[in-house]
Every structure is written in C-alpha cells, then in structure tokens.
Design a protein. Structure first.
Length: 115
C-alpha cells in the first residue's frame, strides 16, 4: 500500500470503517493451537483470545502435583496467544500491502479488544 493510498483512505472515513470491519472479521476467524509438555496439553484460541478448547492427556494428570498441570496449561495458553498475535500481525501486514507491522505495536494484545 502506497502513502497516497493511505492519504486517500483518510479522506474517506467509510472506507476506513469498512477496512476495520473486514480486519475484525478476519481476526475473529483465526484459530491457533498452543501446546506444552510435548503436546500433552493443548489450548485452542480464537483471534479474539477466546479459549475454545483445552485438552489434557490423562497421563499428565497427577493429583499430587496440580502445580505442574497448572504450569502446563499456562504454557500452552501462552503458546497459543503468541500464535494468534503472529497471525494478526500477518493479516495486518497483508492488508497494508506488505508494510511490516512492528511486533510490539499492540502491546502483545489483541488490537480489536478482548484483552
């Protein structure tokens, strides 16, 4: 996307709103699976950071060590969140005509709310 394209978009607020809505829909459609413990714990998140699924292999459940399971779930969630953020950055880069978005642009969160 050229600077002149950006300037033209700024002159048309409806186009900006339409583009924002399109990006929001694409972000909501993102699905990312994070895992930990060699795949024994898996978490699936949407692009809006909603957890859709959490699966835990039976062999990782130890009633005497709930702390380990908590750590594995947290690690899998973190892995999925990083994957979602990367997918959002990729979509924004594509929508901006290949102009790279800085990795920390959104403070590590979802640019469309939810965090």
């Amino acid at each position: 996307m050229e600077i002149s394209d950006l300037l033209n978009m700024l002159k048309n607020p409806q186009a900006i709103q339409a583009k924002a809505n399109e990006l929001k829909q694409k972000t909501a459609a993102i699905r990312a699976i994070g895992q930990s413990g060699g795949g024994m714990v898996k978490v699936t998140l949407t692009g809006e950071m909603e957890m859709l699924e959490c699966s835990i292999a039976p062999e990782v459940v130890d009633p005497t060590d709930s702390k380990m399971l908590e750590d594995l779930i947290r690690a899998a969630h973190h892995d999925a969140a990083e994957r979602v953020q990367e997918a959002i950055r990729q979509q924004l880069t594509e929508s901006m005509g290949g102009m790279a978005m800085p990795p920390g642009l959104f403070g590590g969160g979802n640019p469309f709310g939810g965090l």
